[in-house]
Design a protein around this ligand. Sequence first.
Ligand code: ADP
Ligand code: MG
Length: 322
Amino acid sequence: MRIEQTRRLHAAGVLPSPPPCDNVEALSQRLAALRLDFAAEAIADLLQAAVKQQQSCAAFLDAVLRLELERQEERRVAQAIRISHLPTGPTISNFDFAFQPCVSRSQIETLGTGQWIRDGAALLLQGPPGVGKTHLATALAMRAIETGFSVSFYRTDELLPQLRRDAELSPARLKHRKYMSANLMVLDEFGYEPLDRQAANLLFRVMNYRYVQGSSIAITTNQGIAQWPSILADDEVLAGAILDRLLHNATVLNIQGRSYRLKELDAQLSAAQRQERHAPPGDASTADTGLAHEADCGPSSASAAATSSAGQRPPASARAKN
Ligand code: ADP
Ligand code: MG
């Protein structure tokens, strides 16, 4: 239909140059044979636009290739997000840095470049509930997908049953599991429940495999490192082995701020308190709730270069041979 129209316009002398191809359908099929499906679908429109805008051959080819690349990238990102099981919503841009002054925007933006994932480093986000640990881990994982990495997101209580089911799998099959193969694995809510010995051992297997492969892990936890042995079946040796691998090359974000979940409540209570101050003296409801306070950052975010003995982490290829 469009070809006919183009032909008629050309015949009437409206179009300055001949249509670039008589058989758009054949062109479309050739593009599809090359798996350039988006270009195949859009080729008639692109040709028409090219004729209308009197594009050069190079500009036309560029438009075709650009469209294909952009659409393929959109499809890759959408698929990777679906496979990752990341929660939807949290991004770096919708994180309120003013609310959580313990978190440095520039540090998060730097992490957002994904260099730490290229380096096979780890990220540990620790702090009390509601301070944005899961938000930031998710936002950084989303960035990682956009940058081209594969991601798998697990809450600890979802991962452990999977690990138990896979306990007897051979290493050859195990390495295809997403918790082993993804460039970045996010382990959310570690430490909310203590692990039994089997779970602790299975988790060690994952951490060790990923460490040897040079694959990154991001962990959110409400527990300090000193509590890890009690989370890991009271096994100091196992906890030490896990922490050694995790912190060898890690960024630790210690977020000691207010809970964002309580922000609304906080605001309501602050407003109520302001009102009460103007109320007659002796009113019992003027008690301090303790919720409205300045953020206390505690030991602020710190880049933990290493707590283990060796200095620089060897390259992934070298570690894989050990
Ligand atoms: P945590 O994992 O530390 O318990 P979450 O990351 O789950 O906390 O945060 C709880 C809720 O508050 C989520 O909906 C999250 O998106 C939101 N939130 C937390 N901190 C911020 C922030 N600084 N800016 C915007 N939203 C936030
Ligand atoms: Mg959380």
